[in-house]
Design a protein around this ligand. Structure first.
Ligand code: C5P
Length: 219
């Protein structure tokens, strides 16, 4: 695949800081960015809108095949209900198969930064650089809770932590493309790092892989 030498794969559990980091890396390298979690969220949203059970593989597959780019623009993809339903539809092999070629096409031409759960293991196993971004459960739960509060969602920290742990457990234990670090991924633990420190650590990993950021890297 021609763009493979400019693919950056970023995987990790929920609320580890993947999205913020991936966006910044993409800007610094001048590459497009794809939040692959949004694909599963949009499929889940479509299933919920039809009052169908997200655990039913046939419904989930039908909605994955019917997915349109405008589904990704919806503003209701980050609710706790969609969090749970996304993890359910993501465990259906036919859903993953339906979303695979879109993800590969996105990066194949000129390279890209993609974040998710299986980018370094399944989608782009030969990515130029692979990061597995993680943090302690407490740190991640707190970040997600602060994020929800900033959006005006009133949730108890304990409930946010429990939901997050359940989703991580489901993502890591499913048979289809489970959440795990690729053997050649560099693990970046952001528990004690702020966003700038995590970005600096990531740039060092990218430089090792021969991907150098331009002047906008400081932005
Ligand atoms: O990253 P985000 O939290 O938005 O992902 C929502 C859900 O989508 C995850 O919990 C996971 O079940 C699924 N997902 C996945 N593979 C990806 C990205 C997300 O299974 N590459």
């Amino acid at each position: 695949m021609s763009g493979a030498n400019r693919i950056v794969a970023i995987d990790g559990p929920a609320a580890a800081g993947k999205g913020t980091l991936a966006r910044r890396i993409a800007r610094a390298l001048g590459l497009p960015y794809l939040d692959t979690g949004l694909l599963y969220r949009a499929v889940a949203r479509r299933v919920l809108d039809r009052d169908a059970g997200p655990a039913d593989p046939a419904h989930a597959e039908a909605e994955a095949l019917a997915l349109r780019s405008e589904d990704l623009e919806r503003t209701d993809l980050r609710t706790p209900e969609v969090d749970r339903a996304a993890a359910l539809v993501a465990s259906v092999p036919a859903v993953r198969a339906a979303l695979l070629s879109f993800q590969r096409r996105f990066g194949r031409e000129g390279g890209a930064v993609l974040d998710g759960r299986d980018i370094g293991t399944i989608i782009f196993p030969d990515a130029r650089a692979k990061l597995f971004v993680t943090a302690s459960v407490d740190a991640r739960a707190r970040r997600r809770w602060l994020e929800l509060r900033a959006r005006g969602v009133d949730a108890a920290l304990d409930a946010v932590r429990a939901d997050m742990q359940a989703r991580d457990a489901a993502d890591a234990s499913r048979a289809a493309a489970p959440l795990r670090a690729a053997d050649d991924a560099v693990v970046l633990d952001t528990t004690a790092l702020d966003a700038d420190q995590a970005f600096a650590a990531a740039l060092a990993v990218l430089a090792q892989a021969g991907l150098t950021a331009g002047p906008s890297a400081e932005a």
